[in-house]
Design a protein. Structure first.
Length: 133
């Protein structure tokens, strides 16, 4: 594994969520292999936007396994502010914001991590997306 930047993760994966318990289980299973491979080089941050379904229970089930950093909004603050809020707890050198119904392709994520280890501060990295549906 690469050396971390000032004892911080290389990448913070930030996930804003609202009433998406049904999607989070798949996402967390997807992130489990990534977390096992990259360990403390990544952190996973969540912001729950005052969900009314069982989103918080799903998050709690995975909190320890994925070392989730979780913020729970006291009221629904809207999607844009929730996206901003999830980044406030991030301490990684880089931030990746993904939706709660996304999946990361492991082989591509591995390439991204390799690139981020040498990328310069101030660089912008844009990632492509695909729709498997």
């Amino acid at each position: 594994m690469a050396v971390q930047h000032h004892n911080h993760p290389i990448l913070s994966i930030c996930i804003p969520t609202f009433n998406r318990a049904s999607c989070l289980e798949n996402l967390f299973k997807n992130l489990e292999a990534i977390k096992q491979t990259f360990g403390n080089e990544i952190e996973i941050c969540m912001s729950d936007n005052h969900s009314t379904d069982n989103t918080l229970q799903v998050i709690e089930t995975w909190r320890d396994r994925l070392a989730l950093k979780v913020v729970t909004q006291q009221k629904n603050i809207g999607a844009s502010l929730n996206c901003i809020e999830v980044t406030r707890s991030a301490v990684g050198k880089w931030i990746l914001i993904i939706n709660d119904d996304d999946e990361l392709i492991f082989v591509n994520f591995k390439k991204l991590m390799k690139f981020l280890q040498t990328a310069e501060e101030g660089d912008w990295i844009l990632a492509d997306v695909t729709d498997k549906a």
